[in-house]
Design a protein around this ligand. Structure first.
Ligand code: PEP
Length: 271
C-alpha cells in the first residue's frame, strides 16, 4: 500500500509507469520477471523516482511478492468506482488490488474511455475511491486526431482536466498524477513533439492553478504518454513541465523498459 504521508506525490521527481494493456501470460510473465529482476538488481534508482508496472489484474498475484521492495511498484489498469463489496459483476475494487500491494491505478485511459464510454463522474469517483484506499490515481487525458485537426485539442484536454479539478478536493488533487496522452500517439509509433507535449502540460497546469494557485499547481505531476521508447524518452524528460512517462508497448520488453527507467532517472538528475 502506498504511504502518501511518508512519500508525498509532490516530492517524487521522476515517474515511469509501464502499462501492459491486455498482454501477458503466465509463461511470458515468468521470463519477463526473471529478466526484470536481474536488471534492476544492478540499476541505480533514485529515492525521488517512482517506477511502476500496471499489469492485467489476473497476474497481480504472480507479480506482487516478486516485486516487493524491488524499486518497481505494482499497479492496476482499472478499478471499480464502487468502494464497498456488492452486486457489481466483473468489477474489481480498490481494496482487492490493495491486497496485492498495488500502489497506483490507471484511470481514464483512452482505450477504456472509448470502448466503455465511462462517464466523467465515474472517472472522478474512481479517483476518489483509489485515494481513499491509498492508491495513486494516474489519470489520463488527451485529444483525438480529429480534435487536433479541428483546432480543439486544448479545449478538449482542458475540459477533461476540469472534471477532476471540480470533482476533487484540493488536497486530493495534489495526490493525483496526470498523464497527457494524445490518442493519435498511443500505440502508433507517432510520438508527440516534445515541445508540443510541453505546451499541453502548461495548459493542463494552468487548469490546476485556477483552483490551487500557481505554486501548488507547479507541484502537480504530469506525465507524457504516446509511443515513448528508450530512443526518445530523454527528449520528454528534458522539458521542464514533463515529470514522467507513461509507457505502453515498450514496457512489455523488460530490457527496453529498464533502459527507459535508467535514461529517465539520469535525465531528471541532470535537468
Ligand atoms: C499507453 O498505453 O498508455 C501508451 C502510451 O501506449 P504506447 O506507449 O504503446 O503508445
Amino acid at each position: 500500500m502506498f504511504d502518501f504521508i511518508k512519500n508525498p506525490v509532490s516530492q517524487i521527481d521522476t515517474w515511469i509507469i509501464g502499462n501492459w494493456k491486455m498482454n501477458g501470460s503466465l509463461l511470458f510473465n515468468e521470463d519477463y520477471l526473471e529478466e526484470l529482476l536481474a536488471k534492476i538488481e544492478v540499476m541505480k534508482f533514485d529515492p525521488s523516482s517512482f517506477c511502476g508496472l500496471a499489469i492485467p489484474n489476473v497476474y497481480l498475484f504472480q507479480f506482487s511478492n516478486r516485486l516487493l521492495d524491488r524499486n518497481i511498484h505494482l499497479g492496476a489498469q482499472e478499478i471499480s468506482s464502487e468502494d464497498e463489496d456488492g452486486p457489481f459483476t466483473g468489477d474489481i475494487s480498490a481494496k482487492m488490488i490493495n491486497e496485492f500491494d498495488c500502489s497506483f491505478v490507471v484511470i481514464g485511459h483512452s482505450e477504456r474511455r472509448n470502448k466503455y464510454k465511462e462517464s466523467e463522474i465515474d472517472l472522478v469517483n474512481k479517483a476518489k475511491v483509489s485515494l481513499k484506499n491509498n492508491i495513486i490515481p494516474i489519470i489520463c487525458v488527451g485529444e483525438s486526431v480529429k480534435d487536433r485537426d479541428q483546432g480543439n485539442a486544448n479545449i478538449v484536454v482542458r475540459t477533461q482536466v476540469k472534471q477532476f479539478t471540480m470533482g476533487l478536493k484540493s488536497e486530493d488533487l495534489s495526490n493525483c498524477v496526470f498523464a497527457y496522452e494524445p490518442l493519435w500517439a498511443i500505440g502508433t509509433g507517432k510520438s508527440a513533439e516534445p515541445e508540443d507535449a510541453e505546451t499541453m502540460h502548461r495548459i493542463i497546469r494552468s487548469e490546476f492553478s485556477e483552483v490551487l494557485g500557481v505554486d501548488p499547481a507547479e507541484k502537480i505531476k504530469i506525465l507524457y504518454g504516446g509511443s515513448v521508447k528508450s530512443s526518445n524518452v530523454e527528449q520528454y524528460f528534458l522539458q521542464p513541465g514533463v515529470d514522467g512517462a507513461l509507457v505502453g508497448g515498450a514496457s512489455l520488453n523488460a530490457s527496453e523498459f529498464c533502459k527507459i527507467i535508467d535514461k529517465s532517472i539520469r535525465t531528471t538528475q541532470n535537468k
